[in-house]
Design a protein around this ligand. Structure first.
Ligand code: HEM
Length: 417
């Protein structure tokens, strides 16, 4: 009997208790659902309600890369004149609230002293990371891929329309020395290291997107680590190769009046049987040479800056120079930033390094094409160092005359036997 009464009582109370639980769960979840779901009616009110923190809308906008006016946060760093100012002696809970202190650190206005371990140590929080990451994963990767892909398509079209550039005259079978072994060593050190750096650099930039889906994360982790190690060390061979190339060939690449004639007929690249006169290097090769020198020096400088983090900042000073000559104004742009945190220097170094690398690779694609399948007889110059006289007369007629004149002079100077 007593048991039946108890069962009845539990039966009556159960719905009441469930209803109460339901109400309290709703109380807990409803404000959350409202916060996460609906956009706040008034931004300023919503921010005030968070005590100076961001709203969900602000966070989402920032993640989408949109600009938000963050003054409400930037200036919510406590009152510098009050006793609880950040600069004041910290109590158990600090001179001001943690969130105010963290905001001041983020915007670089906190009055703190750091026992410096490296040049970046006094920037405790850096606000530009998302911007850099989005540019690196977005426009940099996309336009870089378009540039390389577009260049390959153009070269394929050129090959289909023009075909291989042939030696027009009869091959003589007599050869002439085009490059010494030291010149070829310099070229292949420069070229070989460039190709290794290109491959490992592309793995670093595109690996996560392309290689992880193909080979999985573990495989990519090993490859990425190896790529980084190879890239960082082969860079030295590239710089040595660049120095040798500069020493060997700068004098031969000083522009002269023949270059204008060469350019006027497009070097004969687009029409059969046209051979403008050229000395050791023609105008097209001079453009490749100076392209290699300028891009090579620039990529080496930004590469060294990346290799020795925070030790070789160069962008703030470069931007100041560019501002001084007024260059941004020519294009209606705002002056470039002249104050950069150490981390921002690294971010600009990375972006610049990659932009230069893409332009360099596109240029070298064209060079490799012409130095191999694009032109009959060209590869021999860098392979054995000896080229057929007919090839030499067609592409470097003035240089052949110079070599022959030197040989004749040496022959006549030699004592008769
Ligand atoms: C593996 C592919 C490559 C091949 C087949 C190749 C082939 C050649 C050939 C045949 C020449 C001599 C042209 C002549 O006789 O006048 C040459 C010159 C040259 N190469 Fe390469 N090369 C390659 C990669 C590279 C790379 C990666 C670079 C630079 C990063 C480079 C930079 C140069 C420069 C600066 C010259 C002298 C200027 C010129 O002839 O354009 N080469 N190359």
């Amino acid at each position: 009997m007593r048991f039946r009464l108890l069962t009845l009582l539990v039966g009556l109370l159960m719905p009441l208790s469930l209803a109460a639980q339901d109400a309290s769960i709703r109380q807990l979840t409803e404000p959350l659902a409202v916060d996460l779901g609906a956009a706040p009616v008034d931004d300023a009110d919503a921010r005030a309600a968070t005590g100076g923190a961001q709203t969900l809308d602000d966070i989402m906008a920032r993640q989408r890369g949109e600009k938000i006016d963050d003054e409400f946060r930037r200036s919510a760093t406590g009152d510098p004149d009050s006793a609880s100012a950040i600069a004041a002696q910290l109590g158990t809970l600090g001179g001001s609230s943690d969130s105010e202190l963290l905001r001041a650190m983020r915007y670089g206005s906190a009055d703190i002293t750091v026992t410096s371990r490296n040049p970046a140590a006094d920037v405790i929080m850096q606000d530009r990371g998302m911007w850099w990451l989005q540019v690196r994963q977005g426009p940099l990767a996309t336009y870089g891929a378009y540039l390389l892909g577009g260049t390959l398509i153009l070269l394929a079209l050129f090959f289909l329309i023009r075909g291989r550039i042939r030696i027009d005259g009869e091959i003589t079978g007599r050869t002439i020395t085009r490059f010494s072994s030291f010149e070829r060593f310099g070229h292949w050190l420069f070229a070989g290291s460039f190709l290794v750096l290109s491959a490992t650099g592309l793995i670093t930039l595109f690996g996560r997107t392309i290689l992880i889906p193909l080979f999985g994360k573990d495989m990519f982790a090993t490859l990425a680590l190896a790529s980084k190690w190879v890239h960082n060390n082969v860079a030295w061979a590239f710089m040595l190769g660049l120095i040798i190339v500069i020493l060997n060939w700068t004098l031969h690449n000083i522009p002269n009046r023949h270059d204008l004639k060469w350019l006027a007929v497009g070097g004969g690249l687009f029409s059969k049987g046209v051979h403008p006169p050229a000395r050791k290097f023609n105008a097209g090769q001079k453009m490749i040479f100076w392209g290699c020198v300028i891009l090579g020096l620039s990529i080496s400088a930004s590469g060294l800056s990346l290799l020795f983090p925070f030790e070789l900042p160069m962008f703030a000073k470069t931007f100041a120079l560019i501002n001084d000559i007024g260059a941004p104004g020519w294009f209606g742009l705002a002056p470039l930033p002249e104050q950069l945190a150490a981390q921002e220097e690294m971010q600009f170094a990375q972006l610049w390094h990659a932009v230069v690398a893409f332009v360099f690779m596109a240029m070298i694609f064209a060079h490799i094409y012409l130095g191999s399948i694009g032109m009959e007889g060209a590869f021999d110059a860098m392979g054995t160092g000896e080229v057929d006289e007919q090839w030499a007369r067609e592409h470097h007629g003035l240089w052949v005359q110079e070599v022959k004149a030197k040989e004749a002079a040496a022959g006549s100077a030699a004592p008769a036997e």
